[in-house]
Design a protein around this ligand. Structure first.
Ligand code: SAM
Ligand code: DTB
Ligand code: SF4
Length: 332
């Protein structure tokens, strides 16, 4: 069984990434079998609880106030609506519920208290609660942990070099700093990136290298294919080929064997065969439900059909969770 390493060198990561695809998938599938039940796929659902009007200039994002997209700024969603969505997600078989806000950093207003309140109610439902609210300070991370937050999503998105070309309103170090605060507060880290933004293979390798040399590997690593949304600077980017997704997923699987590797945005444009390639390559998590944050996702009935065809079953909530990450309601 391969060991868990956080001391990978950039040369090693490059070598793995550049392995001929069929061999790479075989190696990743082998690691996958050593660490996970390969028939199990984690089912997660996203909900945008505060949509649009964001001050940041992330070139891929339809929620930035700087771009003319169909997404309009909304107020924070009322608690009842959020809880109803969480109930629906649970009934549909999701075990993780992730709430997203189009904020540069988590608010210091009543809206943050509302988030804390809803986190605690969703945790009480037995769902793994995740949030993605932008940058956090220590106090906010501690409060989220106390409320019952299990995971925090904060993507590095790309290599440090390419990051500067897609976002100018905050730095890569800002991202790393929030990830550290999340870790320090015993919240499990979800961090990955996006491909298809015009980055080079070296940038993809750079992203994977940064992720796999963090002090601890992220508990989950979302691999997103850019959704090229009209009105954003990236609207004309071509579709990411599925073999590029499979290469990213397989490399992530080998570098971070214990992590959940999530076939995230972009699945909506993949047929069953393309998704099968990604599961073979070691993906073991997806988002289901009508929407991701603002864009359409795969039909639930199609996803259920795919699970049946491939012999996949949903992974139980909190499986293999580290003791320190468990919220009190579950640990008791
Ligand atoms: N505002 C917070 C932040 O940026 O961390 C949280 C929400 S933000 C929308 C969450 C993540 O969604 C981003 O980090 C990015 O990786 C992903 N994302 C946003 N727009 C996307 C797109 N068009 N295609 C693929 N992924 C996207
Ligand atoms: C992640 O890596 N991808 C999700 C989730 N984490 C927050 C977001 C994808 C967003 C796709 C564009 C949208 O729907 O707005
Ligand atoms: Fe704002 Fe997050 Fe979108 Fe960037 S990715 S514009 S921070 S919502």
């Amino acid at each position: 069984m391969s060991e868990i390493r956080t001391n990978w060198t950039e040369e090693e990561v490059t070598q793995i990434y550049n392995t001929p695809l069929m061999e790479l998938i075989y190696q990743a599938a082998t690691v996958h079998r050593d660490y996970h039940e390969t028939g199990e796929v984690q089912v997660c659902t996203l909900l945008s609880i505060k949509t649009g009007g964001c001050s940041e200039d992330c070139a891929y994002c339809p929620q930035s106030a700087r771009y003319e997209t169909e997404v309009k700024a909304e107020k924070m969603m009322p608690k009842e609506m959020i809880l109803a969505a969480a109930e629906r997600a649970k009934e549909a078989g999701s075990t993780r519920f992730c709430m997203g806000a189009a904020w540069r950093s988590a608010r210091k207003t009543k809206d943050f208290d509302r988030v804390l309140d809803v986190v605690s109610d969703v945790a009480d439902m037995g769902l793994e609660v995740c949030a993605t609210l932008g940058m956090l300070n220590d106090e906010q991370a501690a409060k989220l942990k106390d409320a019952g937050l299990y995971a925090y999503n904060h993507n590095l998105d790309s290599s440090e070099d390419f990051y500067k070309k897609i976002i100018t309103t905050r730095s890569y170090d800002d991202r790393l700093d929030t990830i550290k605060k999340v870790q320090d507060n015993d919240i499990s880290v979800c961090s990955g990136g996006i491909i298809g933004m015009g980055e080079t293979h070296e940038d993809r390798i750079g992203l994977l290298y940064t992720l796999c040399t963090l002090d601890q590997h992220p508990e989950s690593v979302p691999v997103n294919a850019l959704i090229a949304v009209e009105g954003t600077p990236m609207e004309n980017q071509p579709k990411v080929p599925s073999w590029d997704m499979a290469r990213m997923i397989a490399t992530a699987r080998i570098l971070m064997p214990e992590s959940m590797v999530r076939l995230s945005a972009g699945r909506v444009r993949m047929d069953f065969e393309e998704q099968a390639l990604c599961f073979m390559a070691g993906a073991n998590s997806i988002f289901t439900g009508e929407k991701l944050l603002t864009t359409d996702n795969n039909e639930l009935s199609e996803d259920m059909h795919m699970f049946e065809l491939f012999g996949l079953t949903p992974r139980p909530a909190y499986k293999n969770a580290k003791e320190e990450h468990l919220p009190e309601v579950v640990a008791e």
